[in-house]
Write a protein that binds this ligand. Structure first.
Ligand code: GLA
Ligand code: ZN
Length: 664
């Protein structure tokens, strides 16, 4: 297994490099990532290349059996680029160029920037193609889909629209430009939405797609060169998992595997739902195992910074990623730098460069991972449940969230995810168009943009025996963000056995006080719950009512949550948001029972389980994410790989402790 650190030899005097390499080797590290911000060292002036700094560093690392991933350095342009070529700088909506002096300030459609990007990529690839310890590449750094409003981007967007729609008639129909008389009579009239609130929703959605596409193209130009010159190297990119402005599935289609940067929020100790969920999303980008290219190594922040990972937490968050299908991991970063904006983004080593507690914990983890690797290699997560994650719906909802504080990613999807986590069931997070036949359960939170083909795909899934859980804002929009002209939930009405003739936001607008409804369990769900945010007024057409609205006379006829037998499967619908996690625990319990899915064990609260399997092997990871000792009922007579002991019927884990039980 590849495990190591993000390393910046350009930050340190050469005399230190040998010490760094020696300490890394002693820690059990065998890989570094380098170079992603070092463009100016490799091309100090246009067309003059100098790779000597990295040649020397690579040579020292090689002597210590440490391999390297090189970053194409286009995430941070040299000063000479900005000085010579002002068109490389992105424009803000007010048409001011972005200032040089931070990073990621480039325009992605600038022909100059694209040419410079191809040149440095090719020069690096040619130079390092035969360097024995270079094993792969990271493109750029954290593509984010952020827009630029320059003339070049505008012309490119207009071309993109022409290529997509062919005729202005088709575009005008697709976007519904009859509204406000915004019909286009020429391609170069197409405007750029400067903000998300006031422009045509079809224009907005395509603008988001375009900006995502533009960065995918930019990366593709680099990938093409890397594949041509270095066919034996892998190519990946460090995504930001749930970052909502770029379609990482498209971006990763050109890569060998997906990677991500894991910075859990270190507040008071909490169950690590978020990093688990992000890992499952990233694994879904290519539906295969992934790497963590930047793993939290210490307190992080650019001005104020967060808390220190407590003893055991560096190891715990590393095991969590391994448990979710991580096959390579690098800590960000090796050593806190004494200069620059990230002085306080602490590394495994502090400013003093001494190998202290954080280093030792990472070293222990690395040694354990490498020892476990023969058991882990070739295994992955085979989840029985999928959650659908749809970029079009996220892009479209950014401009029309339907109700205030509609926090889809941080909260909404997580209501279902967290309940599955608590039930001890692994989850895949995939596109609505993915092959769903392998999943017993599919959950579709706020699947807002729903082309007819996808609706048929979901209906077919249920007909053949799948269990579908859908909820609010399902199928409101067409592929071009027009409202479907059908009674909701449109083509899925029969599958779900309901109609929704009316609905409302409960958050209100213009300063209205938010309202709430009481919801009571009626069948297979029991208790009283609080509905907030949004309410569908659901009329069952054959569906069972699992929960209904109870405290307001006008809501009594309507259902809040339903379940319907359809074909060989089941269609569930949740028409509101419930404050109490208990609701989702009961719902997921019923769903899993209908789908005949059982977790290997039901963990105590704060204990996470995840299974990796494949190549005839099956490993159960158990993670104690609490500060208390936890005792977990486990299958007995199995080998726990870290202690080497056979399990009894109960296993006790210390605070932040982990176990890896070999089930097969
Ligand atoms: C991101 C970047 C790194 C570094 C860290 C910490 O993940 O990829 O270069 O900036 O954040 O700020
Ligand atoms: Zn631009």
């Amino acid at each position: 297994m590849r495990i190591g650190v993000d390393y910046y030899p350009e930050h340190w005097p050469k005399e230190r490099w040998l010490t760094d390499a020696r300490l890394m080797k002693e820690a059990g590290f065998n890989v570094v990532r380098m170079g992603e911000f070092a463009w100016v060292f490799m091309e100090p002036e246009e067309g003059r290349y100098d790779f000597s700094l990295f040649d020397e560093a690579l040579e020292i690392l090689a002597r210590h059996d440490i391999a390297a991933i090189l970053g194409t350095p286009t995430g941070s342009m040299p000063a000479w680029v900005a000085r010579k070529y002002p068109d490389c700088a992105a424009m803000k909506p007010d048409r001011q160029r972005r200032n040089w002096g931070i990073r990621k300030t480039n325009c992605f459609s600038s022909g100059t920037y694209r040419l410079l990007s191809e040149r440095i990529t090719r020069a690096m690839a040619e130079h390092f193609k035969n360097t024995p310890n270079v094993i792969g590449w990271q493109t750029d750094n954290e593509f984010d889909g952020n827009p630029c409003y320059c003339d070049s981007c505008r012309a490119n967007f207009q071309d993109w629209c022409r290529a997509k729609y062919g005729t202005l008639d088709a575009l005008n129909r697709a976007w519904g430009t009859h509204f406000w008389g915004h019909r286009y009579g020429a391609w170069n009239e197409i405007t750029l939405p400067e903000e998300q609130h006031s422009y045509n929703p079809g224009l907005w959605l395509d603008w988001k797609r375009f900006n995502s596409w533009l960065q995918v193209q930019f990366q593709r130009d680099q990938v093409r060169i890397l594949r041509e010159v270095c066919p034996h190297h892998f190519v990946t990119h460090n995504t930001m998992s749930f970052h909502p402005s770029i379609n990482y599935r498209d971006l990763c289609a050109d890569l060998d595997f997906a990677s991500w940067d894991n910075y859990p929020v270190f507040g008071p100790p909490q169950i690590l739902y978020n990093a688990a969920c992000a890992a499952d999303l990233v694994r879904g980008f290519k539906q295969k195992n992934f790497w963590v290219m930047e793993q939290t190594a210490g307190p992080g922040g650019w001005g104020a910074f967060g808390r220190n990972p407590w003893p055991g937490e560096i190891r715990l968050i590393a095991y969590q990623q391994l448990a979710h299908g991580c096959d390579g991991m690098l800590w960000f970063n090796w050593r806190a730098c004494t200069a620059g904006r990230e002085q306080y983004w602490h590394g495994l080593l502090g400013h003093d460069g001494l190998p202290l507690r954080r280093y030792r914990e990472a070293a222990q983890t690395a040694h354990e991972f490498r020892k476990l690797w023969p058991e882990v290699e070739g295994t992955t997560v085979r989840a029985p449940v999928a959650i659908l994650y749809d970029y079009d719906s996220i892009f479209a909802q950014e401009s029309q969230p339907s109700f205030e504080n509609n926090t889809y990613i941080q909260d909404h999807l997580r209501r279902y995810y967290d309940a599955l986590f608590r039930a001890g069931v692994n989850v895949d997070i995939v596109a609505p168009t993915a092959d769903l036949s392998r999943y017993a359960v599919v959950i579709a939170p706020q699947l807002y943009v729903l082309p007819d083909a996808t609706a048929h795909h979901l209906a077919e899934y249920v007909r053949k025996g799948g269990v579908l859980v859908a909820d609010i804002r399902l199928g409101v929009k067409t592929e071009t963000s027009l409202c479907h002209d059908r009674t909701l939930p449109g083509l899925l009405s029969d599958t779900l056995g309901i109609v929704i003739e009316e609905y409302e936001s409960l958050t209100g607008i213009w300063g209205a006080k938010p309202s709430e409804y009481r919801v009571v369990g009626r069948r297979d769900i029991s208790g009283t719950f609080t509905a907030f945010g949004f309410a569908d007024w659901i009329t069952p057409r054959g569906a069972d009512v699992l929960a209904g609205y109870s405290d307001r006379w006008h809501m009594e006829p309507f259902a809040a949550a339903t379940r319907h037998r359809s074909g060989n499967g089941w269609g569930y619908y949740v028409g509101t948001i419930l404050r109490e996690p208990e609701f989702y625990d009961q719902l997921i319990g019923d769903v899993l029972a209908k789908a005949n899915v059982t977790g290997i064990l039901r963990p105590p609260v704060g204990v996470e389980v995840s299974v990796r399997e494949g190549a005839g092997k099956k490993l159960l990871f158990i993670l104690n994410e609490t500060e208390q000792e936890q005792t977990i009922a486990v299958p007995s007579g199995k080998r726990e790989l870290l202690s080497g002991q056979l399990t009894e019927s109960k296993l006790t884990l210390p605070r932040f402790g982990v176990a890896v039980v070999k089930l097969a």
